[in-house]
Ligand binder design. Structure first.
Ligand SMILES: NC(=O)c1ccc[n+]([C@@H]2O[C@H](COP(=O)([O-])OP(=O)(O)OC[C@H]3O[C@@H](n4cnc5c(N)ncnc54)[C@H](O)[C@@H]3O)[C@@H](O)[C@H]2O)c1
Length: 344
């Protein structure tokens, strides 16, 4: 007999394992149903996480179960039809990133949820990483003064295609799959962007989309930021999956370097500390920072659901992050600087 917030999961593949562990860690949530087109995956998830009901059809799950929310962890092309189905069933929903294949699809999901009057959150977890929160805390403390420059970097040669083979087939790969996280962190740290230039490259042979990108962004508050990302940087040590950040301000600087080393320079002097993420009992290095952020993202959803508050990473908010990636593709293809606000 379910006693907590009744949750269903659609998609029980690679990344869903993190969601499932995190739901189990949140006392208020009771996983009552799991669904995957591949029934064996749903059955395995049900057995591992003690879930009573198993489905291989999302509509059957959403119409048979009484759910307080559904967590959609399928790959991007299926997000819109499943989210619209959840909206028709009036079930609050979380959708994994990337939100959908096009910004029109994203807008349609936001509209469907609004019309149905149900909360919608995009599972954008990077801003919930402890080390990134530590950088933001330094910024907000004011010790480095007014920020004027930021760089957010993801440079690795990690074989991302091993766990996610579909990425090699994506015509819009790195910006939509990975830079979207950095773009969200960029907005989280510096606010909205008024113009953006992007240059992409496809370095690894045999993949359909871009695997390297550099973005130059000008924020409404005057901050200049650079996002640079690649899956083709052969380096030692390879920082995967750490996001590295540096920020210059009028009075000092803050840097998040490899190994979660945080250095703050301010008029008071230099402070160095390690902001290592928690290693949750079900987590494994080097993924632990990502895994902890999945738990924090889902805790945020539950807090908002209980309080009747819009999540910080609502569908409407994520449109602004997604718009940065749309603008980046537009800049790459036109060679022009683009105002991303026209896409949101
Ligand atoms: N935030 C992160 O760091 C991060 C990392 C990896 C993946 N992701 C995201 O997680 C999502 C899932 O990626 P993945 O790598 O786990 O993919 P996956 O292919 O391993 O898993 C997706 C699962 O969804 C199932 N599925 C597809 N369509 C379905 C439908 N209509 N009904 C029910 N089940 C369906 C598939 O059978 C599969 O088991 C993607 O949006 C991806 O971008 C996020």
């Amino acid at each position: 007999m379910a006693t907590g917030i009744r949750a269903g999961v659609i998609g029980c593949g690679f990344f869903a394992q993190n969601h499932l562990h995190a739901w189990r860690d949140i006392d208020d949530v009771e996983l009552v149903a799991v669904c995957d087109l591949d029934r064996a995956k749903a059955e395995t998830a049900a057995a591992n996480f003690g879930v009573p009901s198993v489905y291989d059809d999302a509509e059957a799950m959403l119409t048979s179960e009484t759910l307080d929310f559904v967590d959609i962890i399928t790959t991007m092309p299926t997000h819109r039809p499943i989210a619209e189905l959840a909206a028709r069933c009036r079930v609050p929903m979380i959708v994994q990133k990337p939100f959908a294949p096009t910004i029109e699809d994203c807008r349609a999901i936001v509209q469907a949820a609004a019309d149905a009057g149900v909360p919608l959150m995009v599972h954008e977890n990077f801003r919930f990483q402890g080390p990134i929160r530590a950088v933001r805390d330094v910024l907000q403390s004011g010790v480095i003064g007014q920020p004027f420059f930021g760089r957010i970097a993801w440079r690795t040669a990690y074989d991302v295609y091993a766990n996610q083979p579909y990425l090699a087939e994506e015509e819009r790969f790195l910006l939509l799959d990975l830079v979207i996280h950095l773009a969200d962190v960029d907005r989280f740290l510096f606010g909205e962007v008024e113009r953006l230039t992007c240059h992409t490259q496809s370095i690894k042979p045999g993949i359909k989309g871009e695997d390297s990108a550099v973005l130059l962004l000008r924020h409404e508050n005057g901050v200049t930021s650079v996002l640079d990302a690649t899956y083709s940087s052969k380096r030692d040590p390879d920082p995967f999956p750490q996001t590295l950040i540096e920020i210059d301000g009028s009075e000092g600087s803050v840097r998040l370097d490899f190994g979660f080393e945080l250095t703050t320079v301010s008029p008071a002097g230099t402070e160095r500390r390690t902001v290592e993420p928690l290693l949750l009992p079900w987590a494994a290095k080097p993924w632990h920072g990502i895994q902890e952020s999945v738990l924090r993202t889902q805790e945020h959803w539950v807090d908002c659901l209980k309080a009747g508050r819009e999540p910080d990473i609502s569908g409407a908010d994520n449109l602004k992050t997604y718009a940065l990636c749309e603008a980046a593709y537009a800049s790459q293809s036109s060679g022009q600087t683009v105002d991303p606000r026209v896409f949101a």
